[in-house]
Design a protein around this ligand. Sequence first.
Ligand code: NAP
Length: 279
Amino acid sequence: MIIRPSTAVDVELFSSREIEMDLGIRGKRAIVCAASKGLGRGCAVALAEAGVELIINSRTRETLERTADEIRKTYDVDVTPVASDISTEEGRAAVLESAGAPDILVNNAGGPPPGMWNDWTRDDFITALDANMLSAIDMMTRCLPGMMERKWGRVVNITSQSVKAPIPVLGLSNAARTGLTGYVAGTSRQVAGSGVTINNLLPGIHATDRAVSLDTDVAVAKGISVDEAKAERCATIPVGRYGTTAEFGAACAFLCSMHAGFIVGQNILLDGGAVVSTI
Ligand code: NAP
């Protein structure tokens, strides 16, 4: 992993030096779900940079194949794109069939729509649970036995800061991700003795299409521009900006590294300090 200075202060401190850290996972095999864009792509790129072979997934074939080509060309690793909906049984089966025996699993899917507490039907909840809780649990159920048998594995679930501090308009997301978090809290302790770690990464606001979509909703609701909505949001983040997919990917790659074998069942917030809590 190359650690690059990301802010003006970093540049001053490190005099624009790049610091290289060997993650010790070159040649491992990773599934990264929902990875053609955004945070999933950030994780795939960081793992590729560490020399990991990838099976990447998302629904839109064209974008996915373009991402696979770019990663392959830049990092010279095998990248297998599997275009499928990870929230469906068939979609997961297609990914697992291409993956063979994965060492690393990054679970991710698109986030549910915003709304008010009384907007949603039972079917809306089932759709959100399928995407943001049950698909990740199913992928773990199928990948963990092989990892445990081989005595090494890493699972990272992309959840949300809403697990620590609920976002009122994201009731579907709050509910589904908290369910996944409870599952991981127990399961991670059951599998840790076999050399397999499971942890969750909790993104605060990051500069992706999802952020643009949420900012657009706020802009429409408040009658302001998208830039104004973004500026309002930045003002709530101590770092004063949105996170980048590269920063997110670097955290994911570290959790998947040889160095992270003692990190078990944790919920790691990447939010620029936005959630105010002591622990
Ligand atoms: P994004 O930029 O919109 O990218 C979403 C990626 O997931 C795309 O590659 C998309 O490709 C793929 N995808 C969506 N649904 C899928 C499905 N059912 N099966 C397979 N692939 C699917 O979103 P993001 O910002 O990276 O967010 C990723 C996750 O983190 C979401 O659950 C989001 O709610 C959560 N999150 C994001 C933020 C943030 O600030 N960005 C903050 C908190 C939580 P296709 O559409 O082609 O399938």
